[in-house]
Design a protein around this ligand. Sequence first.
Ligand SMILES: [Zn+2]
Length: 168
Amino acid sequence: MAKKFPTIRIKSHFIYTVWEISHLLGCHKKTVIRWIRHQGLTADTSVKPWLIEGHELKAFIGARQSKARCKLALHHCYCFGCKSPREPDGKIADYTHQTTSSGQLIGLCPSCGSLMHKIVKRKDLESIRAKIEVTLQQAHPRIVSRDDPPSNVTFGDEAAPHGKAQHR
Ligand SMILES: [Zn+2]
């Protein structure tokens, strides 16, 4: 999981150097340089040392961390009510196939009772079922076929071209 950086320390109206950011956030200078070179952190590189505006840094770190927040434990869902990851109430959840390779896990938040949804990979289902009780729900067939990415289909039968099978 990505390291959590203290964005609260970043002052929007300040201008920072790479060195200052590495001290402020407790990360390596090289990490900051990588953000600028490869990950889209806006910096003024026409001067030395490079200068980064506080509000740009804040936005960059914020976006990074909202991405990291999605990396939950396999059997945890993110509750939008509590704004934090939760294990489904009673350790039970429903799983509905959506494509041949993924589906939706649905559980209730143990704290606020909100319905929590999460897209999970079918191959992860066994690991999830080792932690919580998952009930498989029948998906509507139309939904299953609609999103099937043909290149990802691994089952011989389903790799047949669209339309009626000709082998009978
Ligand atoms: Zn909740």
